[in-house]
Structure formats: structure tokens, C-alpha cells
Write a protein that binds this ligand. Sequence first.
Ligand code: ADP
Ligand code: ASP
Ligand code: MG
Length: 402
Amino acid sequence: MSLIVQKYGGSSVKDAERVMNVANRIVDAYKAGNNVVVAVSAQGDTTDDLIEKAKEINPNASKREMDVLLSTGEQISIALLAMAIEKLGYPVISLTGWQVGIKTDTHYGGARIHKVDTERIYSELDKKKIVIVAGFQGINKYDDITTLGRGGSDTSAVALAAALHADICEIYTDVDGVYTADPRIVKNAKKLDDISYDEMLELASLGANVLHNRSVEMAKKYNVKLAVKSSLNKVEGTYVKEVSQVEKMLVRGVTRDNDVARIALCDVDDTPGKAFQIFSILAKHNIGVDLIIQSIGKERTKDISFTVTEGDLEQALKLLEQHNDVICAKDIKWTKDVSKVSIVGAGMVNNAGVAASMFEALYNAQINIHMIATSEIKISVLVDRKDAERAVVAIHDKFELG
Ligand code: ADP
Ligand code: ASP
Ligand code: MG
């Protein structure tokens, strides 16, 4: 007998019809003789709607209260899904994050899971029940509700699979698997049969939101077999796993991330310690910095530009202005009209031509590059947001991924 963890995303349970569809799929897995544990997301746009509701009342609401609010979306889903399975005549129980004992740190709005208690789930499985667990939520050491960051239900599912030593973790969504690019942007994107944890982690971190990046991190750490499939058909999906050296592809996928903003510190004194001052101030406040460019000094000054997430922009600007007596920038500029476009592939490490081909594709499409960053497994460029989708298509074509 196998233990299967399944996860259904918001679009898969967006209305009554979809909830019944999911209920039927879960029952099929149960009837086949498996123990079935399911993590489920809030229906459709529920989480966005709840955020809007909060803004109407207090745009600066505390993160703790935001988590109390946002966690309700998943509580609705588990109840409805359990009711649907009851209607089909099968034994089922819904559990919230705290009922299961999904223990997280205290980082409201982006908590990390420390531990998942298994006692309650095992006892329900022993009673032959299908167990439906609220995704995206946990509980911290103060017994407060936390959420795991947008898209976090994937991570709930993988954490459950790891804790329960599940045979497989199946992520059901509105696409058939992981593609070479977002199929909504690139019409001829191709589905991948499998992809390595490392490549998937990069893709997810660089904007391919088909999987929450932390879910991939956790799957790799605990060796959870992960499959991404459609909840709307029976097509074979994509397996995320350790892939052997020989299978390593030059470029596996192209992705874009709109959640970036660029800050430019202009005419900073060209003296040692400036970069240290700037980035240590940001680091102290947990603001992650991504692409960084420093210009060659001219007339004893230099420019330093870097990117942060849109969510961190306001705080970063505030901090930089507060500390400008030590940083001494003549001007601090910023923009949100930029996107990061990246290629990912474990095989690109030894191939000098990859970057050139990517830049050629952008040149041919007359798209200007503002910043560049490379690592063994990815190349990212910052471009104007209006050009980002065109850039993805051009690069995808150039590497003949379709
Ligand atoms: P869910 O609600 O099931 O969690 P998401 O909207 O979070 O679904 O993720 C699925 C979406 O991810 C797809 O509809 C697709 O547009 C997007 N996506 C982005 N990049 C990729 C990719 N490389 N492969 C597949 N889907 C992708
Ligand atoms: N409902 C949450 C969100 O919209 C979590 C998830 O869908 O994975 O971000
Ligand atoms: Mg998602």
C-alpha cells in the first residue's frame, strides 16, 4: 500500500464543479488502495481578494493579522473538498495547519516550516480516512497562525510528503507539467518529462511560479519524489528528481520575473567600504539584493545599481535615505519598470557560447540589457518590463526549445 500526497492549487478548486472534479480524483487514488493525504490551496483568486479586503480597512495592517486573514482561504477549501468527498460516500476529514501541527518560525507572511507532526494524520489514516490539509499555513511558537508566502501550498505538500515518507508528492495544477517557458507567454513551449531539483529550483526562484521555490528546496533536501500534473486531464506530467550528468541539457527553460525593482545610487564617493556600507544596511533589515552593477569610477565617484523585490523597495529606499550621511550618494533613483529574464540549464557551465547566444537573441529583437548576472546554472538579464515577454519568446526561439 502506498502513501500519496497530492496538492491541488487554487485554479483546480475555483468553483463547485472543480471541487467535485478534484474530489473524484482523490477518491480514485483512494479506491486504488492508497493512503491519501491532500494539501489544498484557497479557491481561485480568494487570497488576492482577501488582500484587497484588508487594504480597504488598513493598508498597513500587521503581518500577524494578515496571516490570520489569509489563512481563512485555505480553511474554506478544505471544508468544501471534504464535503464533496463525503457526498461521494468516502471517509474523509479536513484539518487546518494547527490541527496537524505544521510548526513554523515566526516570520509572518513568509514563514519556514520547522517540523510537521505526523501523529494526527497517521491516526486518521489508520481509521481509513482521506486526510485533507490546509496548505499555505502553519503555527509558530506563540501558537499564532503563520503563512508560508505566496504560492506556499506547494511547500505544505512537500513538507507533508517528507514527514510522512510518502511514496510520491503529486502537484496538480492548471498546466500539464513544467514547460520550457510559461505556456501563457510562449505558445510553442514544450513540456519536460523530467527536470533536476537544481534546475527546477532556479526556474522557480527566477519566476516560474508553477512550483514554489521552497517546495523544490525541501524536495531536494528530503529526497521527495515530485510530479507536476494537470488536475484537468490524465496526461503524464513532469518529474522533478536527481537527473544524471549525461542527461544535462544546455538550456532547460526560460523564465521572467516581474517582481523586481532597480535602485541606482548615483555619484557615490569612489572610496573603499561603500559597497559594504550599502549592502550591510540592507542585509541587517533582511532585504535581499540580486543583480548588482558598479560603474568604473570617474572623477572620484561611481554609480552602484542593484535590484530588490518590489515588496522590499519602499523600505530599502527609506533605509538608504536615512543612511545617506554615510553612503553619500548625490542622487538615489529607482524604477519598477524592469523585469528579470533568465535561462536555466545545468549543462551551460562549460559552454562559453550560451551567454553570447542569449545576448544575440536580445539584440536581434532590439531589446536593451540593463544588467547581467551569471552562475553555473543560469544567466539573468534585466530588461524594460515592456520588453520582457518578447525577450522570453526570442530567447526560447534562439535555443530552439519549442
Ligand atoms: P496553482 O494555482 O495550481 O498553484 P499557479 O498559478 O501557481 O497554479 O502555477 C501554474 C502556472 O504557472 C501556470 O498556469 C503557468 O502559467 C505558470 N508557469 C510559469 N512558468 C511555467 C513553466 N515553466 N511551466 C509551466 N507553467 C509555468
Ligand atoms: N493561496 C495562497 C496563494 O494564493 C497559497 C497557494 O495558492 O499556494 O498564494
Ligand atoms: Mg501555485
